[in-house]
Structure formats: C-alpha cells, structure tokens
Design a binder for this molecule. Structure first.
Ligand code: EPZ
Length: 419
C-alpha cells in the first residue's frame, strides 16, 4: 500500500488541466454493453474505478485497448458471461450500472449486490423497483441480484427519491425496451446529460436529460460511437479549494464552469476572486484567509455532496463559524475525526457539523477512509503547518488522477511513498 507525505504551509500557484469525469466515464463504459459494435472514448481519466469497470467488462467477455493516443477502445457488443462477480463489485458500487444494459440487451443478468460503503448503506431498491416496473423479474438471493426479462416494456417510472445511478440504469434499460419510458423525479446531474449525449450519438431516442422528466423511446439497436467524456467538475472543484485553502492562485483548464455554478458561488462567498473563460477557471485567493461559509448539500443543480468534505477542510481554517449539513448520505463525515486530530474545531450533531475556524491546522498522521474524505485530508495537509502523512491512498486513486503530480505542478511538497 502507499501513503502520501505532505509538507504543508506552501501557497499553491500555477496551471493544471482537469481530467475527464469519473462519474460520466463509468456509466458510459457500461453503456458499451448496449452497442452492436465497439465504442471509442477520449478524455477518460486514469482512475482505479475506470480500471475496475474495464476488468468487470472483460470478465463478462468484453475487449478493450488503451490506444497510444490515450483513447479507450471498448467492445462489449458480444458478452459471453452475464455475471458481475462479488470480488469486483465489492470494490466499486457503480458496478450496479451493468444491470440495466445487460437486462435490456440479453434478457438476463446476475449482479452481486454492491453492499454498503464508508458513506452509507447505499441500497439499490430504487433501481430494482423501476426495472420491475419495466417488466423485469428480479430475485435477490445469496448476495446476488438475479434479473430476467423477455423484453422490457416502456412505462411511466416515478422515483420516490432522486438517485443518480438509478436514473442512469433506467435510461440505459429503456433505450432498447419496447415503447416509451418516461422517468419522473429523475436526477439532473451533468454526468447524466453526458451519458445521454453519448447514447443519442449511438442512436438512442432520449429527451429531457438535465431536467426532472426524461423520456426514452425504445429502439431496436444501438451502434458503436466515438465520444469525448466531459470534464470532472468535482476534481476541478477540489483543486480550486487547494488554491483557496493555501491562499494561492490557480487556473484549471479543460473544465465546464457552467456545471460548477453552486461550487463557484460558495467559493466567491469565501472571498476568492474567480474568473471564468470558455473552458477554464482561475481562482485567486490573493493571500487572504477564507471567510467561513455555510454549506447544505443537495441534488443538482444545488451544492453537491461530493464537495462537502473538501469544503469542510476549507471552513476548518476559515475566519468565522459555519455549519455544514449533509442531506444525501447518512454517514459522509468520516473526515471529521481526522480533521479534528489536526486541530480543527468541529462538532458533529446528526447530519450537521458546526465549525469554528482556527488560524491554522497542524500536520498529523492520518487514515483515508473514502474518496472525498481522503481529498479533504490532502487539502488540510496542504494548509497545515508541518508534515501530514495520509495512509490508504488507494481511496484517492479511485477518483483523482495522479493527485500528487498535479499538486506538485502547483508547487506543493507532496510525495507518494510505499508503506
Ligand atoms: C452517485 O452515486 C455518484 N456516483 C456519487 O459519487 C454521488 O455522491 C451521488 O451520486 C450523489 O450525487 C456515481 O455517479 C458513480 P444516489 P449514487 O443513488 O447514484 C439513496 C463520488 O464520490 N438511494 O444519487 O449511488 C442513497 O442511499 C461518488 O464520486 C436509495 O435509497 O447515489 C442516497 O442516500 C460517491 N436507494 C441517495 O439515494 C437506491 O436504490 C442518493 O444516492 C439508490 C439510492
């Protein structure tokens, strides 16, 4: 295993390029199951979750080639093994996204239940109920989901709760169903729009992506496609906070700032100066200490839960008191005890953290627990005086492409060393 060692207190300055979106790449890779030929993806990030997805698809009989120009050639058009095994699914909950495509393309699927993770129980009841509404027969036994369907039949789907991957699963399942499916209370995240744009290029007939009502008219088949994955708004937001927390100035290229409005609005509230151009964002903290800002996570287009831990680290050293309320996941506070060990003044009660900003944090030996909590520890380490060591950085590698290399480009003193 590896750990990161950070010498904090350095003001970060410079330019970096955002990677492609993890949460777009994963559903689009699973959408390759729907195609009658190969897909070619560009701007896919080099992340362990992408590798896990490719391994899962390969396990089912898909082929892939990482081309020399960094494009990804994936042919999942002729799967021979309609099973997503526990040993891979347990490492990546998004594996549930194989269910809809396999069911609508082949009429059957066996997927390990993903199980919970550090941030919550992560049930899949919304996925399963909606697939049954489309005519699937679903049994859950011995930790596996067994699904069969002669042919899915389009219908009206009403989600009791907004779910990103449940929306994605049903969109993909409905593309090859008979008739029309309308999803009500659909998630509106930009990653869903990216998936739908790719599916439309493959021949799907979909309207309403990015709104709460999405209509899919089933077609007979979908073709292969060449598609560029959209930029990762959460990775970009994380690096903007790296500049804000150290008082620095950075420019991030290859971003879509329009999908980051809620994040940028909160960063402006901290006193940061922000400039947006066609596909870049510059944040200049001008050496100032950030002002404390209240955060309440919600579904898109409101403030994203995936930025909550990172903003908590920023509030920990901000001027003033703030509250951070998590409304999406029941346990997305694994970073709190670790930040407190660095001297942060944080009190957790139910789903709200009260934060009294301190002038500075001190470096400490920390343990990463989940993807975004780990990112918040890195941010705190960059700002802290002294040395911070973060163990189990495999959590970070799931969602951040070569994080220490990008931070070094911005002037950080950070090294990845073997345990
Ligand atoms: C997606 O997870 C993202 N993952 C998450 O990003 C993100 O935090 C989350 O959406 C919310 O934006 C991917 O896109 C691969 P949900 P997802 O279903 O779809 C409950 C990251 O850090 N729920 O929108 O799994 C659920 O427990 C990851 O990049 C049910 O009750 O999240 C949660 O409370 C973490 N039953 C709420 O809905 C279900 O069947 C929203 O979860 C499904 C979800």
């Amino acid at each position: 295993m590896y750990k990161l060692i950070i010498n904090g207190g350095i003001v970060l300055n410079g330019h970096i390029k955002a990677a492609g979106s993890k949460n777009s790449s994963l559903p689009i890779l699973f959408a390759s199951i729907l195609a009658n030929g190969p897909i070619i993806l560009t701007n896919t990030p080099h992340l362990s979750d992408v590798s896990t997805t490719l391994r899962l698809l390969m396990d089912m009989g898909a082929e892939f080639i990482l081309e020399s120009d960094n494009s990804l050639f994936v042919d999942s058009s002729k799967l021979t093994n309609l099973v997503a095994q526990y040993n891979l699914v347990k490492t990546m909950r998004a594996s549930i996204l194989a269910l809809g495509p396999m069911l609508t393309k082949y009429g059957k699927a066996k997927i390990s239940l993903p199980g919970g993770c550090a941030i919550g129980s992560r049930p899949v009841n919304l996925h399963l109920k909606a697939l049954e509404n489309l005519g699937a027969f679903i049994k859950v036994e011995n930790g596996y989901i067994y699904a069969t369907a002669k042919k899915l039949i389009g219908t009206e789907i009403h989600f009791d709760q907004i779910s990103v991957t449940a929306t994605e699963n049903i969109i993909m399942a409905a593309t090859l169903a008979t008739g029309t499916t309308t999803i009500h209370n659909a998630a509106q995240e930009p990653e869903i729009v990216d998936l739908v744009n790719c599916l439309i290029k493959m021949g799907a007939k979909i309207s309403g992506a990015g709104t709460s009502i999405i209509t899919i008219e089933g077609v007979d088949e979908l073709s292969g496609v060449t598609y560029a994955v959209c930029p990762d708004r959460i990775e970009a937001g994380t690096y903007l906070i790296a500049a804000a927390i150290t008082g620095g100035k950075i420019t991030i290229k290859n971003v879509c700032y329009q999908s980051m409005r809620a994040i940028l609005a909160k960063l402006l509230e901290t006193g940061a100066d922000i400039k947006t151009e066609k596909n870049s964002i510059t944040l200049d903290m001008q050496g100032k200490r950030p002002k404390a800002v209240n955060i309440k996570t919600s579904t898109y287009p409101n403030f994203p839960t995936d930025m909550q831990a990172q903003f908590t680290a920023l509030n920990a050293i901000a001027d003033g008191c703030s509250t951070i309320t998590e409304t999406i996941f029941e346990n997305r506070f694994m970073h709190i005890p670790e930040l407190s060990r660095m001297g942060a003044n944080l009190t957790l009660e139910d789903n709200t953290v009260t934060c009294k900003g301190v002038k500075s944090l001190t470096g400490a030996h920390l343990m990463a627990t989940d993807l975004r909590a780990s990112a918040s520890l890195v941010l705190a380490g960059l700002a802290a005086t002294g040395t911070t060591t973060i163990e189990r950085v495999y959590h970070l590698d799931r969602g951040y492409e070569t994080i220490e290399e990008k931070l070094k480009l911005l002037g950080a003193q950070i090294e990845r060393v073997q345990d």
